[in-house]
Ligand binder design. Structure first.
Ligand SMILES: Cc1ncc(COP(=O)(O)O)c(C=O)c1O
Length: 444
């Protein structure tokens, strides 16, 4: 008999659950991003692009679990594929047909994906990319953009959350830790460059040319302002990496949704390695690194350059493989383009709403993502995107307004769209933003 109490028929409220949660989970949560005042909303069920909480309120879900649900909740082909797999077992000390078929599918989406390995999160995919670059080049350092979020690996995390007191000169940004106690050696092995600033980035990279194993880049970094990388910056980094024998490591954990073959397809470039995650798990934990065969073969124990032993108990587990494959098979060129067009409608509509209301707000983004900033003009880098206390207060008020009006947003006021959405949900969001802008217009 199960000892887990069955609360399905009389579920607790979100407020009650949070009281219990605070006793056993630090801060009451397992991920800080779900925190809200006075307590988080607890999910009861999701269906398509709608999410219902334990208190019985249904909202349109523009967070899609931080961009990981490209088809929203409970997409029938994913439910079917996972159910079939559950009956066959969930993880084995054997390789599976599911992983081979899914590897073939993902590799077929981009000519640069010669080989692929799966893991369990975007953090892990970034870690594997960095380790592969070090192993391939024999060099210790990694370069990354100031403010860019790449998950929780020590090196990827450096200068993810600097502030005006810590970030230092723009010519030589400081290496700022996120977690107290991060070893100085980890900080020292990271080189921080400003986004979309060719001259400064080149000057900084040149100083460390002999030591840099790879340049880690998100082509549209969310925390840096959600602006697409400018072509000259990307070309300069690609050219610099080639000239100095370093690798270009793209983080497409979020941006892979932008095109059938990822945002890199739009730019017509190939990374040496690409890290993916989130949506390619179809709602289940996943990460993947794909790229050049000669680099990926560092992980091949029977190859002649086996420098990177890589494993993982749940790597390529068949549930994530089945769910991911079902999700990506349904995210074909037509679905990508439809979702991008829908999101463009939202970007234009919200921008016009900001204009009509006189709110100091603007919209950035691309593909199927947008971010609303409480700033009169779009920030171009992390320092410009950084919120003043007044802007932060207006952002919090805007997010509260949207939540109360029936929208779940990511807490930067970012929306990641899903395929069940139609013009109805997009226009509702535009209206919600317009009423929010009117409400915050009088704030300082
Ligand atoms: C761009 C980017 N890279 C990496 C990660 C880390 O992924 P995960 O949360 O699956 O570890 C994230 C997560 O938000 C991300 O947005």
């Amino acid at each position: 008999m199960s000892s887990i109490p069955n609360e399905i028929n009389s579920p607790p409220t979100s407020a009650e659950l949070f009281e219990r949660a605070r006793r056993v989970l630090p801060g009451g949560v397992s991920r800080n991003t779900v925190l809200r005042q006075p307590h988080p909303a607890y999910a009861a069920r999701g269906e398509g692009c709608r999410l219902t909480d334990l208190d019985g309120v249904t909202r349109i879900d523009f967070s899609n679990n931080m961009a990981s649900l490209i088809h929203g909740h409970a997409h029938p082909p994913i439910v079917e594929a996972v159910t079939r797999q559950l009956e066959l077992g969930t993880a084995y000390m054997m390789a599976t047909q599911a992983e081979v078929e899914y590897a073939e599918h993902i590799c077929s989406r981009s000519p640069g994906f010669e080989k692929i390995r799966f893991m369990n999160s975007g953090t892990e995919a970034i870690m594997v990319s960095i380790k592969a670059a070090r192993a391939f080049t024999g060099r210790p350092r990694i370069a990354k953009v100031e403010g860019a979020y790449h998950g929780g690996y020590d090196y990827a995390e450096v200068s993810q959350t600097p502030n005006p007191d810590t970030w230092g000169s723009i010519d030589h940004p400081n290496n700022v830790p996120v977690v107290h106690g991060t070893p100085a050696s980890a900080l020292d092995d990271v080189v921080i460059i400003p986004f979309n600033d060719v001259d400064r980035a080149m000057a900084i990279l040149d100083e460390h040319a002999k030591d840099i194993a790879g340049i880690l880049l998100d082509l549209m970094p969310h925390r840096v302002g959600l602006n697409p990388v400018e072509r000259p910056f990307l070309d300069a980094l690609r050219e610099w990496a080639d000239r100095h024998g370093a690798l270009l490591l793209l983080d497409e954990v979020i941006t892979f949704r932008s095109s059938y073959g990822g945002l890199q397809e739009r730019y017509g470039i190939h990374a040496d390695l690409t890290a993916m995650g989130k949506m390619i798990g179809g709602g289940f934990p996943v990460g993947a690194v794909a790229g050049r065969a000669d680099v990926m073969d560092l992980m091949n124990p029977s190859g002649d350059n086996y420098l990177f032993p890589h494993s993982g108990t749940f790597s390529a587990n068949p549930v994530s493989m089945a769910a991911g494959h079902a999700a990506m098979a349904d995210f074909d060129v037509e679905a990508v383009e439809r979702l991008n067009a829908l999101t463009e409608r939202a970007r234009v509509g919200i921008t016009e709403a900001a204009g009509r209301t006189g709110a100091r707000a603007c919209v950035t983004g691309g593909g199927s993502i947008l971010r609303v900033h409480m700033k009169a003009s779009p920030p171009r880098n992390f320092r410009e995107a950084f919120l003043s206390p007044e802007e932060n207060a207006r952002l919090r008020a805007m997010l509260d307004h949207l939540f109360d009006a029936g929208f779940v947003m990511i807490n930067t006021c970012t929306a990641m769209m899903s395929t069940p959405m139609t013009e109805v949900e997009i226009d509702a969001l535009i209206d919600g933003c317009e009423s929010g802008f009117r409400r915050i217009a009088s704030m300082p």
